[in-house]
Design a protein around this ligand. Sequence first.
Ligand SMILES: Nc1ncnc2c1ncn2[C@@H]1O[C@@H]2COP(=O)(O)O[C@H]2[C@H]1O
Length: 526
Amino acid sequence: MIARPLKLPEVEFRLPEVEPRRVGRLPVVEVKTFAEELSSSDEQLNWFGDVDSDEDWNVVVPEVPMEPLEVFKHRKGTSRGKMKFWRNIRTLGLYQLALDIITMIRVCKMFRQGLKGFREYQIIEAAHRTHPIFSFWDKKKQGRITFDTLDFIAEEGHFPPRAIQITQKKPSWRTEQEIQSLCNLLQVMDSYRNYDEPLQMLLAKVTRFERFGRRRVIVKKGQRGNSFYFIYLGTVAVTDDEDGSSAFLDPHPTLLHKGSCFGEMGLLSTAVRRATVVCMEETEFLVVDREDFLANQLDEEVQKESHYRFSFFRKLDLFSSWPDEKLWKLVPMGKVEKFAYGQLITKDFADSSFLIFICKGSCEILRLVDLASSLSYYKWIWQCLELIDDRPLRAHLKEPYPEKRFKEFQIKSYPLQDFTALKLLHLQKACEQEGTSLNERFQDPENTLPKIMGPKIRSRFPYPIKCSMVNTKFGELPKEAVVGVYMKVHTVEEGETVGFHQAFLPGAQRDLRPMGLMSLGAELIR
Ligand SMILES: Nc1ncnc2c1ncn2[C@@H]1O[C@@H]2COP(=O)(O)O[C@H]2[C@H]1O
């Protein structure tokens, strides 16, 4: 790059090809801003600063028009000299040339930066927000520390832009503080958190960030592996074909979600990729390359895990007749995963192709019961909607409120639902059939409305209410009442398996009722 020609004590410029232009002067403000920008740029071009350099200098510039070259001599430090210099430079077009060069340098710099980020990802712009940047005085370092609260915040769970910047740096350029920040950020991934702290720091030092779109094949079966991946955001599918297309046809592909990792097998000694991994949606990864993987003894970690799986299988009665050799073939087919208390493992394992081995802890098997298909529930709902009895609604509130174990399964407990509106609707219909009006009925002191309902209806719903009905096999039910509940049917403990009976039963004999699996704090192999 053409850097600092003016900084040399003596420089000769010959510009035969360049038509000296009489450019209009830039407004002072513009020049100033430019200078400020330049001085703040890390390229440190300092063109304008050079005018203040301690050296004497001569510049030879062409005369206008294309006459023999004239030499301007100025002594440093004299403001008259400086002004004269710039006046002459501007007149001769050199000033414009200098600006062009600077612009070029800046454009090149932007390209360089852009190219760095060209490899498969784009920077996510954080939403523009006015946010406080706070700073404090660090006594130890005797310096002010500034903290930008948005640095490590990203939209909708994306990897934050500031962290992307860190991962773009060479490992040796990352500061301790940056590595620590990355390490903190990566804690959200279960697979990363499973490593001990020194290894986490090593990984944070070497990892790089990548983002790929849906259908992008990340690793291809049979190929030599070069990287190991952590999923920061998104979902990938593991397939047996080479192009990963089966993942989009299979109703139940093997999916790996945020927090999982993959690609470790292909980095072991001479192994090749055992499966294809394809993105099911836009997915963000933190990638560890082969050299770093091996340099940080991650291969040993993987081997350790393989041995753990092997010894777990070896202890199971199920495989007691299997020779070691055969068992070793089973080992790479599964992964050890940890699930916290209350975490959903699978919504419907009966419908998936997984066999699950509980290594530690326990899980609950939950059956989804569709209440709308139960006659007694149907009757009960319509009983609730009848207005003939005098029982206050409170009676139902005494029923125990189901424990909130996890959000997703939690349905509104029907005893607590407010059916007031439905009652009113039902009443309205009944009145219409009788040929009376609802208002009349309320005003009639003889009516059989439960006392608690009267004022409630009048105060809350002074207008007719419409509600959608759903057809069930027993008749219509209000939409709000068509609900399902999860019932615990069994608890599986350490050493037990889930999904075996289903897998080996003929299709017609399989229990197709939806069954969920919820962790009570468990480690398992799928
Ligand atoms: N059954 C599976 N469940 C989850 N991940 C798997 C399964 N089989 C293979 N993988 C992952 O898919 C990766 C494909 O590349 P590797 O063989 O390097 O490493 C493999 C594992 O990390």
